[in-house]
Design a binder for this molecule. Structure first.
Ligand SMILES: [Zn+2]
Length: 353
């Protein structure tokens, strides 16, 4: 396996640029031979299971990347909008198209960060997670209160995948499983399972607004850093995911049982990463997020995303490159764990179809 996703000749350039979740899914499936050799399945329209129980965001549209038209050539290092790809895609299920299951797992893994979970009213506390999107993608405790439902998002999509497979809709089985893998990856992400170090809250005598900005900035900066490493074909990250997934695919363990430990490990890594980013890049990095507006009605992730390019310019500035060792190491550990969980999840379905 010598590819990095962005140079895999089996994938059309129309699907590029690639984002972190797609790299996670890509290296994880590459570790599972039985998955890679599954025959293509016919593309079908969304069966709409659970539309009432688990509503999707009002702006969400299922695009079908199986039919594409190449339209532009984006610069992969400076692309931060999941919606913008080199190609445009069909808005209705193309009949007579088929696709390999592993590709479905890769190309639909960013869907939950599009409008799928945006602009919903789920819970009165959802402002703390920046809106309904964050609510479904995070779960953390703050002063004894739990915010967010990411473990439930994971379970619901696992159930939806199973329902689709039971009804012989393999295409949607894989597509729901791809979304399911997204939430599972999020649960291994320190900033999704913990908001802010308690010690930081105690020490800092700054406004609630300022805390919110710092937390969002550190979170987004870390995302920017990881994604950039993948796009630069950073070998240790690839190896960490492959090794994790290889271990996970053979693990005789229940994924639900393992989840608690997995989340705990991710939580432990939050403080070190938060403080490292804050202490190393501090004010310079924060100023990249100055254009954020607390009173905006826009989902928080959309706002922070607009600051990604400026954050990348700070983190990957020539004089800062030597400071990335610590992040490289701890992220390797995180990716091993994520790969292990994705390997377990995906391998469990590799006898389907
Ligand atoms: Zn997410």
């Amino acid at each position: 396996m010598n590819y990095y996703l962005h140079n895999d000749p089996n994938l059309p350039v129309a699907w590029s640029p690639w984002f972190a979740h797609e790299y996670l899914a890509y290296f994880s499936v590459q570790a599972i031979d039985s998955m890679m050799f599954l025959p293509p399945v016919p593309v079908k329209p969304n069966p709409g299971y659970g539309d009432k129980l688990w509503p999707v965001g009002p702006k969400h549209i299922d695009v079908y990347k199986e039919r594409y038209q190449e339209c532009r050539q984006l610069d992969p290092l400076w692309s931060f909008d999941y919606k913008k790809r080199n190609g445009d895609f069909a808005l209705e299920a193309p009949s007579e198209k088929t696709i390999e299951p592993w590709k479905v797992l890769v190309i639909y893994s960013t869907e939950p960060d599009l409008y799928l979970d945006h602009d919903l009213i789920l819970q009165k506390n959802q402002k703390v997670t920046g809106g309904s999107h964050g609510w479904r993608h995070m779960q953390f405790k703050l002063f004894g209160t739990t915010y967010g439902i990411a473990p439930q998002s994971f379970r619901v999509h696992k159930d939806l995948a199973e329902l689709a497979f039971e009804n012989s809709d393999d295409y949607w089985g894989w597509r729901y499983l791809s979304r399911c893998g997204h939430y599972l990856s999020d649960l291994g992400h320190p900033f999704h399972v913990k908001a802010v170090p308690v010690s930081f809250l105690m020490k800092k005598i700054v406004s609630k607004h300022e805390i919110f900005k710092i937390v969002s900035a550190m979170h987004q900066s870390y995302e920017v850093y990881v994604e950039r490493r993948f796009r630069e074909a950073f070998e240790p990250f690839k190896q960490a995911l492959l090794q994790g997934a290889r271990e996970g695919r053979g693990a005789r363990e229940d994924i639900q049982t393992r989840l608690t430990h997995y989340i705990k490990q991710a939580k432990k890594r939050h403080n070190p990463i938060f403080y490292y980013l804050f202490d190393t890049f501090g004010q310079e990095l924060l100023s990249a997020f100055d254009q954020m507006d607390r009173n905006s009605q826009l989902d928080l992730s959309i706002q922070t995303n607009r600051c990604s390019a400026d954050a990348a310019r700070v983190i990957f500035k020539e004089t800062n490159l030597s400071k990335l060792d610590f992040l490289d190491r701890i992220t390797g550990e995180i990716l091993f764990d994520v790969g292990r969980m994705l390997g377990m999840l995906f391998a469990g379905y590799s006898s389907k179809s």
